[in-house]
Design a protein around this ligand. Structure first.
Ligand code: SAH
Length: 507
């Protein structure tokens, strides 16, 4: 039998914990891998782009436990590659910075297995950028050293046996530096580093849970202890730390330190989640609905195919994607066949149309059916032949109103929303959040189907009047409503409702 050609192993850095700080190369390799061995400190959604049939294997160690010794991990990686599989070994931060990536690469080289190393944003780079501490600075630091806070296991010596680290002319960043901080700081002072030099500890850097405390080399250990700073944390020692008070931007973002629940369908949640994260929020994605395509009504489709339509009213971005999918598949038509007027209910629907190269002719001031109806009547479109591609269970305000003023309306239901029950652990996190967002009446209905009492104690934020009405009817108090009924408006309303003080623990 011929020997199996070994697959390639990629040692991939996943960055410090923010999905946005993963490299394009990392995402590409994750999306192609047959098997992924991953650590504990990788970003929450790091594996969401993996193939459905990929094997995902957790090999992380919990601090203080002897779980999955390194040789065992190495052996499993080598075995997987020898089976001809494409392997990703995903590690927090950078694989070659205190990540044992060097040892794993050596093992692969010895075993003759092809490998690639993909750098990641290491914790020291990420956490100091977010804490507003420039690692080098023309006035304050001519260099930077990344140092382990553990003492050498073999020699049992301290971190600075000959005092050379103390005299390093630049910034020192300690990884794994919390446990032995008091001894290490004392060693550095004994070696000649000034006790009054500024120092900082950054916990969960570059994530929504980031905490920063500052002190001096002489006092940092006591401060870390008093404030309960825990791993994963970095200790930064050097004059550059004094820039933090001016440059701290991350913890000053409007939603820093706040957690917000997003209830919309998973495939739609990304944009709102990213907007809220961009403002500093810890986002809990808890989809309560899912969009399911339904087979189009042939008769309604034929009316369009025969060109017997003067105006198409799009009432959601979903209906646009699905409409073009359906006319492509069923009629072999595309955007060029829309020789009609086109109306969009609001700005996000109009933006979605632009993706298909179509400029909406009609967009009302407010993104609700009543406003669209009013505008169509005012602009003299009421006597037209109108097609409304939409959800199966949409409100009848628009078609009924149009028919009343003499329009010939064809409804084309293209999808429906079905309820999804959240996982218990997601629900538990959601119950402890600060705010919850509702983006449609169906998110309201289906949240209550999953959690009959709703989530008491949370600030309830609505995307617009129709959703607010559904909330009130369901007995959910509307804490805030978006002024502009779109995702930007909603994100702004969340920030306003939580009347955001800067959230970072500035201790
Ligand atoms: N390879 C990783 C480091 C692994 S060692 C990297 O390049 O970042 C684990 C140590 O990294 C932790 O003890 C802590 O000191 C540091 N660390 C990892 N993620 C961190 C984060 N988000 N904030 C602060 N420190 C972090």
């Amino acid at each position: 039998m011929e020997d199996q050609v070994p697959g390639k192993v990629s040692l991939v850095g996943a960055g410090p914990g923010d999905p946005g700080l993963m490299t394009a190369r990392a995402l590409e390799l994750i999306s192609r891998a047959d098997v992924i061995f991953y650590d504990r400190l990788i970003p929450p959604d790091a594996l969401s782009g993996a193939r459905d049939d990929a094997e995902l294997i957790y090999v992380g160690k919990m601090p203080g436990t002897v779980h999955n010794p390194q040789e065992e991990i190495n052996r499993r990686i080598v075995d997987a590659a020898r089976e001809g599989r494409e392997v990703v070994r995903l590690k927090g931060g950078d694989p070659f910075i205190f990540g044992r990536g060097g040892e794993e690469a050596e093992e692969l080289a010895e075993a003759g297995i092809p490998f690639e190393v993909v750098p990641g944003v290491t914790a020291a780079i990420a956490a100091t950028a977010t804490a507003g501490i420039p690692l080098t600075h023309r006035d304050d630091s001519a260099g930077v050293a990344f140092v382990t806070g553990h003492r050498d296991a073999k020699t049992e010596q301290g971190i600075d046996p000959d005092g050379s680290l103390a005299l390093f002319p630049g910034t020192l960043v300690f990884y794994m530096g919390v446990k032995r901080l008091a001894e290490n700081a004392a060693d550095l002072i004994a070696g000649g580093r000034p006790a009054d030099q500024p120092a900082a500890a950054i916990q969960n850097g570059a994530t929504p849970k980031q905490r920063v405390v500052t002190a001096t080399l002489g006092t940092i250990a006591a401060k870390v202890e008093a404030e309960g700073i825990r791993p994963p944390a970095l200790i930064v020692i050097g004059d550059v730390v004094r820039h933090h008070s001016k440059l701290a931007w991350f913890g000053n973002r409007p939603l820093a330190g706040r957690s917000v629940v997003v209830t919309r369908a998973r495939h739609q949640a990304g944009k709102l989640a990213a907007m809220l994260r961009g403002q500093g929020a810890d986002v809990i994605e808890m989809p309560v609905i899912e969009i399911q395509p339904i087979a189009p009504d042939r008769e309604a489709l034929d009316v369009f195919a025969r060109g017997e339509i003067d105006l198409i009213c799009f009432t959601s971005p979903n209906s646009i994607d699905r409409f073009f999918e359906v006319i492509g598949e069923e009629l072999e038509m595309d955007a060029r066949d829309l020789s009609t007027w086109v109306a969009a209910i609001g700005p996000s629907t109009a933006r979605k149309l632009k993706e298909y190269g179509i400029r909406a002719d009609i967009v009302p001031d407010r993104a609700v059916a009543e406003s669209l109806l009013g505008k169509l009547v005012d602009d003299g479109h009421a006597d037209k032949r109108i097609l409304i591609p939409r959800a199966q269970e949409a409100r009848e305000v628009l078609p009924d109103g149009l028919r009343q003023v003499g329009a010939d309306v064809t409804i084309l239901p293209l999808y429906r929303t079905v309820p999804v029950s959240p996982e218990p652990e997601v629900l538990k996190k959601a119950a402890e959040a600060d705010a919850i967002t509702f983006t449609s009446a169906s998110t309201v209905k289906n949240l209550l189907a999953a959690v009959p009492d709703g989530l008491p104690g949370l600030v309830n934020v609505s995307i617009g009047p129709v959703t607010s009405e559904a909330m009130r009817k369901a007995g959910i108090e509307v804490s805030a409503e978006a002024e502009q009924s779109d995702l930007n408006g909603l994100a702004a309303a969340v920030a306003a409702a939580l009347n955001c003080e800067p959230g970072e623990a500035e201790l």
